[in-house]
Design a protein around this ligand. Structure first.
Ligand SMILES: Nc1ncnc2c1ncn2[C@@H]1O[C@H](COP(=O)(O)OP(=O)(O)OP(=O)(O)O)[C@@H](O)[C@H]1O
Ligand SMILES: [Mg+2]
Length: 509
């Protein structure tokens, strides 16, 4: 056939059956979505197609020819490209250096101008603006993704695998990506698209294959299905998307941030005179386009970044520029956007990660020793409570699927009784059921009295969870909306672009 066929693919990791006798096919010119809950085996199947893993059994055919990929190198030669769920770029190298990594037909004396010209040509053709000379560490997540896509195109891939490309993108960036993918499919590229966002899958793809617990449930034409049917196929039961929210009963001031000024990595001021107050039992949402200081704000509020001036108080205790452990002791819990870099230590085990914020406390610690029996009990308790799929708690975190990583971190942060929860993109990469679970957990903590600062780019998430909604632009607060459900997209858009709320109210008054 004209495309790729995977037949009877089975892959196990120890006792975990990640893929069981899966058949999958993709035609050139088609956008084929791959769906399934966290840990269903999507990334594994695609890593096999990309030559990163070898299947225990099963065969891959490209254009009817049987292929035996021994490494991604073989897959790249066969015209396959992959953008991974967690990018595999080298931060200390420039964009153009990353492009040629691993290619072996590059001459010893590098034709730099020629390479840069080719990159520029490709980036113009597909509207993927990027400066080939910048270092990868200087780029935002959205820009890094552009590099990863360009890298595939530069290597002349005809079959593109995108593993959750929109999990980390803003709405606008996602829309641009979809335009580009649709155009590429028309030009004859074959595209495999993994996402947990069913609306995206419904609007973008031609065909959908659903996996459940390592097995294929079926393939359907997008035009012949609905979101509800897809959710049912993924989970094996009907699913209610909406969540219940109790009326707010906010109490005393818990988290008090006054006149905060913070500098970013490049030395510029990224938070300017920012003040926010969050009360007991409320969720304050923070909306804004990515890169407007949200990341630095979170770091400052959790003690990870020094502040230039201002105050940060939890229950009236001043914490500015104190070490992170002081924040933790005062009851601050932090769910960072970067799970692998900041939230967890991938090379350590599940149980070790579970106790990172309490290993010095009784009963986990006894004198100078760790009580491993207690650690084991506690880690198993988290695994059960947060429904984390893992063979045992002495399992390295780096081998968990994306969604299970996030559940582990959430479990650690939301246990005990947090006073303040700082959550940045808490549902990135989670399947529909896990997303609902996490949102309910955050609301539960709010109902128990936590003050929550929720930073997200998902407007629907912000509106459905927040009791009040602040908007940030260039490190300043544009205003705080008291009834988020009543806000219009126009007003929100204006505020996100830098118009203060009071100016908008003046005009409409
Ligand atoms: N290298 C590995 N070693 C051990 N187990 C692994 C490894 N890679 C994946 N697994 C396990 O295989 C199963 C399938 O994982 P996979 O990453 O394919 O899921 P996924 O469908 O991509 O999930 P998500 O939506 O969370 O990204 C999981 O239970 C995971 O823990
Ligand atoms: Mg995955």
């Amino acid at each position: 056939m004209n495309g790729v066929e995977m037949k009877g693919i089975t892959k196990t990791f120890g006792h975990v059956i990640a893929n069981q006798k899966i058949d999958f096919d993709l035609k050139y010119g088609e956008i084929h979505a791959l769906l399934g809950e966290n840990g269903a085996g999507k990334s594994t199947l695609m890593n096999i197609l990309y030559g990163l893993y070898r299947p225990d059994s099963g065969t891959i055919f490209i254009q009817g020819q049987k292929c035996d990929f021994r490494s991604p190198f073989d897959a790249i030669r066969a015209g396959i490209g992959m953008v991974h769920q967690h990018f595999m770029l080298i931060p200390g190298q420039t964009v153009w250096e990353n492009m040629i990594l691993g290619l072996n037909d590059i001459p010893q004396i590098l034709p730099k101008p020629e390479i840069k010209r080719q990159i520029q040509e490709l980036s113009e053709k597909y509207c993927l603006q990027i400066d080939p000379m910048s270092f990868v560490w200087q780029l935002s997540i959205g820009e890094q993704q552009r590099v990863a896509i360009l890298q595939m195109l530069y290597r002349k891939a005809k079959l593109l695998i995108l593993d959750e490309p929109t999990a980390v993108l803003t709405h606008q960036e996602s829309q641009n990506l979809f335009k580009m993918l649709t155009r590429m499919a028309k030009e004859g590229y074959g595209i495999i698209f993994i996402s947990h966002k069913l609306d995206e899958v419904m609007s973008l793809s031609h065909r959908i294959t659903i996996l459940r617990k390592g097995e294929k449930v079926g393939s359907v034409l997008t035009s012949e299905t609905t979101k509800e049917k897809l959710a049912e196929m993924m989970m094996g039961q009907k699913f209610v998307f909406s969540i219940q929210k109790q009326p707010i009963s906010a109490g005393s001031l818990v988290f008090d941030i006054q006149n905060l000024r913070v500098r970013g990595d490049r030395g510029f001021q990224v938070i300017r005179d920012l003040s926010l107050q969050i009360y007991r039992g409320e969720v304050l949402g923070l909306a804004g386009v990515a890169g407007n200081g949200q990341q630095e704000l979170c770091e400052a509020l959790s003690g990870l970044r020094r502040i230039e001036s201002g105050t940060i108080k939890i229950n009236q205790q001043e914490l500015a520029n104190r070490p992170p452990r002081h924040f933790i002791k005062k009851g601050l819990r932090y769910i960072p956007a970067d799970r692998r870099g900041v939230g967890l230590i991938p090379n350590m085990m599940v149980d070790e990660n579970a106790i990172l914020k309490k290993y010095w406390k009784d009963p986990i610690s006894k004198g100078s020793f760790i009580n491993w029996r207690e650690v084991d009990r506690y880690a198993n308790h988290l695994v059960r409570k947060f429904d984390i799929t893992v063979p045992h708690v002495r399992f390295p975190v780096k081998n968990l699927s994306g969604g299970n990583l996030q559940k582990l971190m959430l479990g650690r942060e939301l246990s005990d009784s947090p006073q303040v929860i700082l959550a940045m993109h808490p549902t990135w990469g989670l399947d529909v059921a896990a997303t609902k679970f996490v949102r309910e957990q955050i609301l539960k903590k709010r109902d128990q009295g936590a003050a929550v600062l929720l930073i997200s780019e998902d407007i629907e998430e912000l509106v459905s969870l927040s009791d009040r909604l602040a908007v940030i632009c260039k490190g300043e607060i544009m205003g705080v909306i008291d009834k988020p459900q009543e806000i219009t997209p126009e007003v929100l858009g204006l505020m996100m672009a830098g118009t203060p709320l009071k100016n908008i109210q003046k005009v409409s008054a």
